[in-house]
Ligand binder design. Structure first.
Ligand SMILES: [Zn+2]
Length: 83
């Protein structure tokens, strides 16, 4: 009984540790996932005249994301969605 409780406790701790490691990773352009539709590489584009300049576009199938003010937010959003 108690040993079962201990076992599930320690597996929870391991999951917490994995999540923390994930969050510590810095986000960079090289971390961009491929297009979820066609598997092609995608690029971060910047429309300097737009109030929300950054978006990601696939050069093969031309899907694109919404525009974001902060590039890192865009990349984080993209990587989460495309997994
Ligand atoms: Zn594509």
């Amino acid at each position: 009984m108690w040993s079962n409780g201990n076992r599930s406790m320690s597996s929870l701790e391991m999951k917490g540790e994995e999540i923390k490691t994930e969050a510590r990773k810095s986000v960079g352009l090289s971390d961009l996932l491929a297009c979820p539709f066609c598997g092609n590489d995608v690029d971060v584009e910047a429309d300097e005249e737009n109030e929300f300049p950054y978006f990601i576009e696939c050069k093969r199938c031309y899907i694109r994301t919404d525009n974001y003010v902060i590039k890192n937010h865009l990349i984080e959003r993209w990587n989460r969605r495309a997994s």
